[in-house]
Ligand binder design. Sequence first.
Ligand SMILES: [Zn+2]
Length: 141
Amino acid sequence: MMERSALNQLTIPSALIKIIHEERCGARYGNAKVKRGFSDCDICPRCKCNCESSLHALRDYRMVRCLWSRLVDRKHWSSFFNLNLSEWIELNLSKSLGSENEHNWSDTFAISCWLLWKQRNNIEFNNSMEKPIALVTRIYS
Ligand SMILES: [Zn+2]
């Protein structure tokens, strides 16, 4: 795992750094939300059927998987969809996994996570109906 000082030098959104930090401290998003009293459960606001871990919100929710399947080269799907959160972030910040000819996959990955997080919050707090796959054009713009 990267040291915190190395993380600060990357041009990744602060929300992603916060997720990495919370994971390293063992405080996953869902549990933190319950502890702060915002909710009495940590059920996913989108599919309503899973505990909403950081990985569920950013990778494993089925409609988010559709988005990543579009962005990530098929030959990397096995590792991309099967690592734990720390390994997953480290992989995406160190290897080029994109299906397009990208010169900076880590930026694409960070922007995707950031937009997915914002979209997820819009669904929970503003009743947005936008689907993750709709983010493709913003990710590549
Ligand atoms: Zn869900």
